[in-house]
Design a binder for this molecule. Structure first.
Ligand code: SF4
Length: 141
């Protein structure tokens, strides 16, 4: 054992469908606190391509500042938005990634790019943000 200090690094937790939302984000969201937090996370990921991201199903680091995560750990839009967790599971399935996987930040845009137009249409077709999502618009047109 050395005398070094142990550095415990907690990866940023990103729910699978937020991989797509992050590509399409243009500053809109559920509240100011939400959009500021989401913008910071996107910037942190962009600036630190070697940092680690844990891909999960369920509330994540972006949800932490969302007004709909008001019983902490539970998204109260879950049923209203066509089972948001199902969107996470579909993204994982299409990308062939297991939930809980840890990936490098630099892979995040590539993962989103790898989904076909048809897949994105199926996963995001009922999302209320699709008309203001640059990722969705880009895939469709
Ligand atoms: S609506 Fe739900 S899934 Fe979307 S950011 Fe808020 S808590 Fe997370």
């Amino acid at each position: 054992m050395g005398n070094g200090v142990d550095i415990i690094y907690e990866p940023i937790r990103i729910r699978a469908h937020h991989i797509l939302c992050m590509q399409g984000f243009q500053g809109l969201g559920y509240s100011e606190e939400f959009t500021v937090n989401m913008a910071q996370i996107i910037e942190e990921i962009r600036k630190n391509p070697f940092s680690l991201i844990k891909i999960i199903v369920g509330v994540d680091s972006i949800c932490e500042h969302c007004p709909h995560n008001n019983s902490p750990g539970i998204c109260n839009k879950e049923s209203e938005l066509n089972n948001i967790s199902d969107m996470d599971s579909k993204v994982l399935e299409k990308l062939n990634i297991k939930k809980g996987s840890i990936v490098s930040s630099s892979l995040i845009p590539t993962l989103a790019m790898n989904l076909s137009r048809q897949t994105v249409k199926k996963i995001c077709g009922n999302c209320s943000w699709k008309n203001s999502c640059l990722y969705f618009q880009d895939k469709m047109f």
